[in-house]
Design a protein around this ligand. Structure first.
Ligand code: NAD
Length: 479
């Protein structure tokens, strides 16, 4: 494998540098608790320097041709495709995920550069006659301006490229602030963009510790016109309030509580395969993870038995051991959160059919776990689990399961397994931005990703993704 040296610095105005304080924070390998790197701490002033650099680079980047922007993104796609294994290895080391999950993310995240390289040259516009017949309406799209991109640790590559690619394609300059658990993947991506020929100042990377005050300072810098955030609903709510002070345009990809429904007419094998993917992809640390699995009572026992067999077959251990199907959680703290949630579920009447106890040791491992006999409405059905815990709830009637599925403040994603027509009808009744029908993985750079209700605002990917970084302008002519 082509292992590259880790980059652990800030990237501001086209140069890698340490923070002005000289302080560093450790990046931990959650598989064994060891320190992989000491990453530069960005001070508030470093963060403002990054915004200044983006502001200075903005007019030049906005004036480049869409083709030029597209070709730089295409080149980033090609570099990352060549370096896929090295890229995946960094993700495994700082995030703990299994090798298969890291390779899948390497591929998925890279595709955003290809997709938006293609979208850069297809920014829409309008030219038409006003209804009165004597005037013209012209609608153009301009880059919205300096964009602050904030990403979580669970998909350290994909959540960054899903924002970077459309922002850069649109002609915006950016400051990327990754989660402090996983800054190395972000630094790698930023360096790939540098190597692909992105001019100085167009992309900047900062890692402030603590995060809150520095982000507030950046949002108050008059140049920031866009905040694109992926993370928890709790932090999203705080940032929306802060963005409102300067009326900053926001895109919010927030938490989920995905229901997965197995209808009476479902093909059991398709449903199980889809459930394994929807639940166990990324070790369950996904906003898209099936949080509540509702199974029709006629299929319940067979479904539970086979799900238990498939979960039990997943080997758990360090992601760098490629045979392991389930890696570590991102930290011991996250593992303990999952463990506490399972204990709470048991105290509320759930039965442990598999797993249910953290694996002792310095690694943040939690085994595949299956809980049955869970009642809808108990804590675990109302909380984003973010771990490898499958929660099964039986149901009898379609109206009842639709009501349970929609009984949440979240509305990111849902899954329905069943006979095609019926599954489609149920999918239409679910309040979620995305619904999979007889499919356990939906994410696709070419499709709009995003949530309803408290799961977010706006969409990423698809033909819509670039519009989040463009401002419409209407030009009226009299002739
Ligand atoms: P988080 O909200 O704790 O952190 C997300 C980012 O916000 C990180 O970069 C973090 O450093 C930063 N942050 C934290 N506090 C902040 C503050 N006060 N001001 C400014 N920035 C702050 O989320 P997380 O634990 O990293 O990620 C898990 C969450 O992300 C889950 O809720 C998950 O559902 C959600 N998520 C959503 C999507 C989606 O597309 N909807 C995708 C992935 C993850």
């Amino acid at each position: 494998m082509d292992t590259k040296p880790l980059i652990a610095d800030l990237f501001i105005a086209g140069a890698w540098r340490e923070g002005s304080s000289g302080d560093r924070f450790p990046v931990i390998d959650p598989a064994d608790g060891s320190v992989i790197a000491q990453f530069a701490v960005a001070s508030e002033q470093d963060c403002l320097d990054a915004v200044n650099a983006a502001e200075q680079a903005a007019p030049g980047w906005a004036a480049t041709s869409p083709r030029t922007r597209g070709e730089i993104l295409r080149s980033a796609f090609e570099i990352l495709t060549r370096e896929k294994e090295a890229f995946a290895e960094i993700m495994v080391r700082e995030n703990g995920k299994a090798w298969g999950d890291a390779m899948a993310e390497a591929g998925y995240s890279t595709e955003f550069f290809r997709w938006f390289a293609e979208e850069a040259v297809r920014i829409p516009g309008e030219f038409r006659l006003a209804p009165g017949g004597d005037k013209r309406i012209i609608v153009t799209h301009e880059p919205i301006g300096v964009s602050l991109l904030i990403t979580p640790w669970n998909f350290p590559a994909a959540m960054a490229t899903r924002k970077l690619a459309p922002a850069l394609a649109a002609g915006c300059t950016v400051v990327l602030k990754p989660a402090s658990e996983t800054p190395l993947t972000a630094a790698y991506v930023v360096d790939v963009l540098r190597r692909a020929g992105l001019p100085a100042g167009v992309v900047n990377l900062v890692t402030p510790v603590p995060t809150g005050p520095a982000v507030t300072a950046m949002l108050r810098h008059g140049a920031v016109r866009k905040l694109s955030f992926t993370g928890s609903t709790e932090v999203g709510r705080v940032l929306l309030a802060q963005a409102s002070e300067s009326i900053i345009n926001t895109s919010m990809e927030l938490g989920g509580n995905a229901p997965l429904i197995v209808l009476k007419g479902a093909d059991l094998d398709v449903a199980l395969e889809g459930t394994m993917a929807a639940k166990m992809r990324n070790g369950g640390s996904a906003c898209t993870s099936a949080n509540r699995i509702y199974v029709h009572r006629s299929l319940h026992d067979a479904f539970v038995e086979e799900l238990r067999t498939r979960l039990a077959a997943m080997t758990t251990g360090p992601g760098l051991v490629r045979e392991n199907k389930l890696g570590a959680l991102v930290s011991v703290k996250e593992r303990d959160k999952v463990a506490a949630l399972v204990d709470q579920a048991v105290s509320e009447g759930a039965q442990v059919a598999l797993g249910g106890r953290a694996i002792p040791g310095s690694g943040a491992f939690y085994p595949p776990t299956l809980l049955t006999g869970v009642e809808h409405g108990t804590t675990i059905t109302r909380t984003e689990i973010f771990g490898p815990v499958a929660v099964v709830v039986p149901f009898d009637e379609i109206d009842e399961v639709v009501e349970m599925a929609n009984d949440t403040d979240f509305g990111l994603i849902a899954y329905v397994f069943g006979e095609d027509g019926e599954a489609l009808r149920v999918a239409q009744r679910i309040q979620a931005g995305m619904v999979g029908v007889n499919r356990g993985v939906l994410s696709d750079p070419a499709a709009p990703f995003g949530g309803m209700k408290q799961s977010g605002l706006g969409r990423e990917g698809g033909s819509h993704g670039i519009l989040e970084f463009l401002e419409e302008k209407y030009i009226a002519t009299s002739a």
